[in-house]
Design a protein around this ligand. Sequence first.
Ligand code: SF4
Ligand code: SF4
Length: 684
Amino acid sequence: MPTIELIVFLIITVLTVLLFVQAVSKKLKFIRLGAKENRSDHPGKRFANFCANVLGQRKLLQEPYGVIHFFIFWGFIFIALGEIPFILERVFPNITIPILGTSPYFYLIKEILSSLVFIGLIVGIVRRWIVRPARLYLSVEAALVVILIYGVIITEWLTSGARLALMGSHHAYSLDFIYNLVAGFFAGTSAESLTTTISFLWWIHVIILYSFAVYIPNSKHLHILATPFNSYFASLKPAGGQIEPMNLEDENLKEYGVGRIENFTWKQLLDSFACGECGRCMDNCPANISGKPLNPKELLSRTLKDHLLEKGAVMNKLGISSTGEENAEALKPYTTGYSETAQILNKKLIGDIVSREEIWSCTTCMACQTLCPVSNEHVNKIIDMRRYEVMNENNYAHELQLAFRNVEAKYNPWGVSWSERASWAKDLGVQTMKEAGDQEVEYLLWVGCAGSFDDRAKKVSVAIAKILKAAGVNFAILGREEKCCGDFIRRAGNEYLFGLMVKDNINTLNNYKVKKIITACPHCLNTLKNDYPAFGGNYEVIHHTQFINDLIKSGKLTLNKNVEMPKQKIVYHDSCYLGRYQQEFEAPRALYRMVPGVELIEMDRNHNKSFCCGAGGGRMWLEEDIGERINNMRVDQALAKEPQAIGANCPYCITMLEDGIKDKTDAEHSVPVIDPAELIVKMI
Ligand code: SF4
Ligand code: SF4
């Protein structure tokens, strides 16, 4: 390379690196405004997650066209690797990069993958700009990135093809079908013209490549850089156990939950930068689909990020890390008056930026998080904002206040007298732990508030108790000593009341030395299994559908397959807290399939893409007056399959689906909602 070219190359390279580093560090300053959170534990596990989710594209491979994503991802990696010899061998002609500059197989693989990227981008263009699914937004930024990628690929092919034509042959390029094809086009061109062409194309390539490198950290496509880190720092806890406990005894804690953007943790802020706006979350969010104001993609990629960039820029300029009470005096000159700075600093996260309707629309169904390919964590952000509203501002729906008061006074949200908790079992000969006394009890049947007080759910409790007795299981219930597990209380943001319930329940459970718990409620199951350990309650918790399966498999429960049962088509509804939260999809299905005459069918939205019933996250106790009712939508999806019954295994789901059926059908066309235990009990 001529000296003058070398100098120009070095100058623009240094400039590009500086601009890249400057843009990245600017973004890091925003992320550093977030609260502390330790996400560097278990590096081995984190690295394994990173390999599976980023290098292995695990989540995307579960989708029908995931394999295309996989190859496109690796195409980009190989294109990037190919840049090393492409640039260095021209700048330093005497060096040879091992493998990348010498192996024909490297070039063969690179070209196969580059071609897939080339075609994949065309498919992407057709989808985004012609098919235009609602979840993908049109943007100039996306178009620019596509143009830059094509620019990089095409100029590299042309330059290298021309080089091959000039050299006549090159061992490393011998299997590179694209370079050979391009070289064919240049056949007969003079060496002088080829040299000029190569030089010209090489410079065009470098300029496009460097523009791309500077553009990425300055655009929404920063997610390309943020995703690997976001995946590495993703929560290692189970989906249902990611809510951080609050230290309510900390006297320095002035605010509960998140009421200011900088109160989110740095990882929660990083999420927004990692969002690739693929829209999988919004496409599966029951709140969004039913017309509520909550759109998880919008919340992360626009609402919270834009606010962080706006407020964070002011905070960084003023050199402050918090706009809380502790800095109120120092901030007075900036927060009073009508200046732009004052207006930005005075914006309330909840109310001005995120609406209350948004944060209360979430059913905590976990669809967004489960399907997000970049490991974003949506649900905790919403719960943190609810905590602020409930514990700090005391500003939340009166229906929820009533449910909380009922729990405080009667230990259940229905407000039925706690002394009635075991009434459902009075004729069944089920003993309580207290009655068992010194006698050893292997399993506790945790009945839950619904199973104890709701007439419909009580029928499932009875069926389970009969099955356990028929199988000779050594079990007992807590009876009056059982209190609300706290699932909905915690997810509705009332950590204080949740703490009271947890403390009492753990005292009772540990007092009876409970080790194994069976429950019919996936919400209780998740809370006992995943929330309680942080408070000192460690139990083996199992859903009744899993336990009954185990009883049958181990021969402890024998089913009478000759019993006469109606022929019926049952369409199955996955509950969020058993399905997505515990990844248990098969146990309930297996039970239905054991019942003579049952044909089990699926709804279009099933397994991880199942549609919520609308009751989770405290929504069971809230009016639903915006958009369409979520339970009615789920019933529509079920009835579209023309079933004779709907299968469900969660007391909330059963209630919501039955309510939906009442809304959607007349008595003549009504279909029952059946828990599998209610069918199995008829076979014992
Ligand atoms: S948890 Fe469910 S309802 Fe809440 S934002 Fe995610 S997908 Fe929507
Ligand atoms: S699924 Fe994840 S990456 Fe895709 S839009 Fe939602 S938050 Fe962003």
